[in-house]
Design a protein around this ligand. Structure first.
Ligand code: PLP
Length: 409
């Protein structure tokens, strides 16, 4: 497979929709096949004088020979390069899941004595990993309202190494102002990583706003079909070099070629899929606000969202996830689970088909967040007793609204 086709060198001037389809894709030189090949081989033959035989020793993986799929593989590498084009990143490491990307990032960049700041509301797996496992390795973790730059500023310490945010965050759709936070952190020499799973590069490009690292669960919108797990860490070559060695090679986070190929195939339609489902989500969110059983709709595209002006500033669309508070959680949860015609009652987000799941404050508090009274009050302010999280798919919004009207009758 060739990555440097002279015919395609001007691709940076193309629109992102076109780049999503063409960046780094070239016809197979032996067969002229125009769809990317899948290379399943774990090993590649080499000559003993090739150099770099340790993952740590590879300075620029783009030019390094393929040796072993634990470090990189041609199909996985192609996915990484195509994601770099969309996120304006120099380098990327694709991983076996979104959690492998996040745990790999934390364990590669942090050591005993370092301090990590994470958001007081974020994906449960990240929260539990950071609060339950990292302290075992001597890493100090602070739980902060990262949506407020001043709160982060007040939480910074001499040993703070990394601030990890989700914007919008799961499940409350709060936003973090990437630009103002990155300005603050750069002044303190602290790295900023942004989990952009809810946004995708179609909506926000965190590196262009000053973030050092972007994380995606590729399992979600980027693959978009609910049939493969994957993740990615994107950033500068200098940051990715130790991450590739430690997370990729030593922790074994590498993505399989088969998964990479499937994700690439899903990614080809990312732009039209996102635009369609974002339009539907906005229409549905506006409709939900009018429903008598709905107490509150959390969606960054609504004027009622407390960060609507930030949303307009840093998001090109407002995403496919909506969270709503209802007047009778027991009844409505039961109806979603047993009566929904179109929504599947299931965890996860970002599939082509719409999903719904109830997330109760008490359950999250006892199993994941273990809030302080102040954190719980802030959470309840948005979520009340809990939210129904909707992940809008590619169905007609009219049909989704009919399904919701029945469930919210
Ligand atoms: C924002 C966010 N980041 C990371 C993850 C973890 O991704 P994965 O399920 O691919 O491990 C999730 C999963 O839901 C998520 O919502």
């Amino acid at each position: 497979m060739h990555y440097d086709d002279p015919k395609k060198r001007h691709l940076t001037s193309l629109k992102p929709e076109t780049q999503a389809l063409h960046a780094n894709v070239v016809a197979d030189p032996h067969t002229n096949a125009i769809a990317p090949n899948i290379v399943m081989s774990v090993n590649h033959s080499f000559s003993p004088d090739q150099g770099a035989f340790s993952a740590q020793g590879i300075d620029d993986v783009t030019d390094a020979p393929f040796l072993y799929a634990g470090w990189t593989n041609p199909t996985v590498r192609l996915l990484e390069q195509r994601l770099c084009a969309l996120e304006h990143a120099e380098d990327a490491l694709a991983t076996a899941s979104g959690m492998a990307a996040i745990s790999g990032l934390f364990l590669s960049l942090l050591k005993a004595g370092d301090h990590l700041i994470i958001s007081d509301v974020c994906y449960a797996g990240v929260f539990e990993f950071a609060t339950q496992m990292l302290p075992r390795y001597g890493i100090e973790v602070s739980i902060i309202d990262t949506n407020c730059t001043v709160s982060v500023q007040n939480a910074l310490k001499e040993n703070t190494k990394l601030v990890h945010i989700e914007t919008p965050c799961n499940p409350l759709l709060r936003l973090t102002d990437i630009q103002s936070l990155s300005t603050l952190l750069k002044a303190h020499n602290v790295l900023l990583s942004a989990d952009s799973t809810f946004s995708t590069p179609v909506i926000t490009r965190p590196i262009t706003l000053g973030a050092d690292i972007v994380i995606h669960s590729l399992t979600k919108f980027i693959n978009g079909h609910g049939d493969v797990l994957g993740g990615v860490i994107l950033g500068s070559k200098a940051l990715l070099k130790p991450i590739r060695a430690m997370a990729g090679a030593y922790l074994g986070a590498a993505l399989s070629a088969q998964s990479a190929w499937l994700i690439m195939r899903g990614m080809e339609t990312l732009y039209p899929r996102m635009k369609t489902l974002c339009d539907s989500a906005l229409e549905i969110a506006c409709w939900l606000e009018q429903q008598p059983r709905v107490r509150r709709v959390l969606y960054p595209g609504l004027e009622s969202h407390h960060q609507f002006s930030l949303a307009k500033q840093q998001m090109d669309f407002f995403g496919g996830i909506i969270a709503l508070q209802v007047d009778d959680m027991d009844l409505i949860e039961q109806r979603f689970a047993s009566e929904a015609a179109i929504f599947d009652y299931a965890f996860s987000i970002g599939h082509q088909r719409s999903l719904a799941v109830a997330m109760r404050t008490d359950d999250l508090d006892s199993s994941t967040y273990r809030f302080t009274p102040e954190q719980r009050a802030r959470f309840c302010n948005d979520a009340g007793k809990g939210v129904i999280r909707l992940s809008i798919g590619l169905e007609s919004p009219k049909d989704l609204i009919r399904d919701l009207a029945h469930l919210l009758r």
